[in-house]
Design a protein. Sequence first.
Length: 308
Amino acid sequence: MKSSRLVSILLLLQTRGRMTAAQLAEELEVSVRTVYRDVEALGAAGVPLYGDAGHAGGYRLLDGYRTRLTGLTADEAEALFLAGVPGPAAELGLGSVLAAAQLKVRAALPVELRAHADRVSGRFHLDAPGWYAEVEEAPYLAAVADAVWNNRVLNVVYRRWRAPTDVERRLEPYGLVLKAGRWYVVAGPGPRTFRVDQILRLAVSEEEFARPEGFDLAAYWAAYQRDFHERLYRGEAVVRLAPGVSLARAVNRREESDGWTVATVPIESVEHAVGEFLRMGTDVEVLEPPELRERLVGTLRELVARYG
């Protein structure tokens, strides 16, 4: 977006000094012509930016000029990374800090960029959780986040889905992930993934831990999700889908002459698939496996008998 590029040019010149249009274009992955237009826009916004011709030329800011993006505290700077999700920022205890940081940034922006920021915030809102997701209270989220920042070991009582359900764990929290409105902590040793709302008790230790060298939270989470889906969908069903109906997981689609589509769909289990396909009503017909088809037929017969 143009506003983002303008800020990037301003900060590049502030931190690196003189840069040519070609260097700026390469850094921002745009054309030199685009850089020329952006530089004109910055000048029109009152930024004291000058261009020198010649072999050693380039664009530079007036000596001593610096943007007014100053005065931010460490907490405010951290909160800016969550500026697009005020709800999660508040959950982490950064709500008021985020508001103060946004006010300072807005005041520091040129008029053109400030107007654009106001339009964005007034027209876009992110609400991450799904419609039917229950709100899970995570009373220890702020404490976990603090331990992540400060590399502190956590001793927790954690509730898992299989027996014994309540277990004690020593966690070295590497990072927090927000997925579909639910917080997860990625922690060593392992690392492993834990739901923050399933922490029943928590004690912060004075012991510090060292993060694994080269640990990449985003890369770990991507691999974790791939592995989760591979373990989750262990079976397959062959189904016929009514015209205009689709399933995101469906593969090997083959359209028939009547407009219906035959496709293969990964399933967790026969039991889970029964409920999933019943919700689709007459828009789906299960062809295989036989036990799934038989379970559906049996369930439908029971429903007919019950409702007459």
